[in-house]
Design a protein around this ligand. Sequence first.
Ligand code: ADP
Ligand code: MG
Length: 698
Amino acid sequence: MMTVPEYFGCKAFDDRVMKARLSQPVYESLRKTMDEGAKLNLSVANAVAQAMKDWAVEQGATHFTHWFQPMTGITAEKHDSFISPAPDGRVIMEFSGKELIKGEPDASSFPSGGLRATFEARGYTAWDPTSYAFIKDDTLCIPTAFCSYGGEALDKKTPLLRSMQALNKQALRVLKLMGNDTVKYVRTCVGPEQEYFLVDKALYDRRPDLIFTGRTLFGARPPKGQELDDHYFGSIKPRVAAYMKELDEELWKLGILAKTEHNEVAPAQHELAPIYTTTNIATDHNQLTMEIMQKVAARHGLVCLLHEKPFAGVNGSGKHNNWSISTDEGVNLLSPGDTPHENAQFLVFLCAVLQAVDDYQDLLRMSVATAGNDHRLGANEAPPAVVSVFLGDELTGILEAIEKDAPYAGVEPTQMKLGVHTLPRFARDTTDRNRTSPFAFTGNKFEFRMLGSSNSIACANIMLNTAVAQSLKEYADRLEGAGEDKSQVLHDLIRETVRKHKRIIFNGNGYDDAWIKEATQERGLLNLRTTPDCVPCLLSEKNADLLTGHKVLSMAELRSRCEIMLENYTKTVSIEALTMIDMARKEILPAVEEYTTSVAAGVAAKRAAVAQLSCSYEAGLVSKLSQLTDQIAQRTDELELAMVHLGDESDVMVQADYVRDEILPKMGSLRAAVDEAETLTAKKYWPFPSYGELLFGV
Ligand code: ADP
Ligand code: MG
């Protein structure tokens, strides 16, 4: 049997393979492209393509595909085989540099939000050499960006790469101005912790809501939920353990650094965390991880649910985006250091993040907005919809001392003068275990916790990178204007940033209603509760200036993204509503009706036998169930009518608002009646597996 180090990355065309299979000049040229973004010439591309194809064919691959991330949020691929006819009637396996660099998927059905008129429906894909190619299902997958012929981004990777460049540019400026001349580039790194549910496939197959929407639209609470906290970090059941083992193996083969697997808070809920890596690669890997999770589940008779809220009444699933900035020299700029210089650097970058999160709260909230995630945020199980930053008491104290020019009252009072004094030693705040903060500093990284489990992490990181690039740009501009003595300017800069942005710092309990009140009424922070509330902010002047100014998204791209997000919201909820109507009419009403009739028939039979029997239990049940049947039928009709009305609207914003204000509440009241009926209907009549079976059935 092969050991993990022996098979790790065996399906990735990684640095090891490149070194072994490319000539030294080709390797060096490719490395330069990967590390520094140098242009790649066709002869290098040809050599790389040849080596990639040979390697892939040896591994049994027959096809290649440009693997990309359209705005549907999942990945897309179109397979071409390597075969090429030879004159003697046989075939040879071929793959050229051109095919590696550029592809033209007929991608007219991907959402473009009006960017790609149908007469020029072809978009093209362009190789991203910074992310390793890999083999999946006998196909060589080449990570690519996806653009329209006008050059507009139609995917999530393009703006992500642009945002990394923007941050790199501004961070380098700041570092140089602070006297650091050796750094060549700066990168953001991400480790996304991924939550998910596992349910039994046979049970899943009997739930149209899970099949069509990924979440249960009906379902009465089981007698046991997550109240005992006995699942969290609990011992892993054999079937789940076998799943996790195979999942790790599959991910490791692809070179994905799967590290931690454990049970989560809700029954049937689990988490997987990889070791952090460059944002762009972390994003590709997270997309792949989600795909492989679902594939491996199928082999174990399971279904992996990535929806943010598969079950009412127990926790939903999110994704924690652990984010830091590091240099090519391996220095983490968000790590407090030991020297005055390192400390000044740390504080500057810390302040840049504080300022970014405060200035662009709305963009960060928007970057995680989906119909599914709306069920979590602000629902006392995930961070509130109000964005704030947790720093911990000690670091907050240090910033306050700088702001007020007062000594920091630590173990020994220390005057804080940037560039002269070292930061007082402070312990990593243990309250970071408090999971209620949407954006927490956890020692040497920030953890953005608002992402939904099914979200691509690209969007959140695009906004985060760009917003921080903007703070850094302002700092760099100011430092450039300063003469030789930069440390006074730095000091003032930090003091002013703290003064101006400290309202975003909150170390308390984010679930507390008092906080929401304080945040919105006293501090003036935003509370954008739903997707339609926050998506339009993408087009506000402040945000459009940010994103166009750093060349991350153009105005046309912003408009298209806004439209796609709203459309996606409306479509998602519409599918849910239609599924509910279908389930109610075709299965729930007939089931309740049948059960009621059988109880009523029992009453009649009993009374025929003994005339004076009261049968009050049965009679009560029959009338209660009849009432509920009427309610269910009526609410189904109302929901259907609202759906007809929705179809009459054509403006995406009006539609999304209507969905939030009319459709979702109607779905909620239909569900309430159905769930009550479920608790009164005999098990053998109920058409769907119960919450109890789904949550405890694996
Ligand atoms: P926990 O949140 O349970 O304490 P860790 O903080 O160790 O766990 O790690 C959570 C995730 O954060 C992992 O994916 C890990 O690789 C990632 N992580 C750790 N350090 C960094 C860093 N400097 N930058 C980005 N991600 C990091
Ligand atoms: Mg964590």
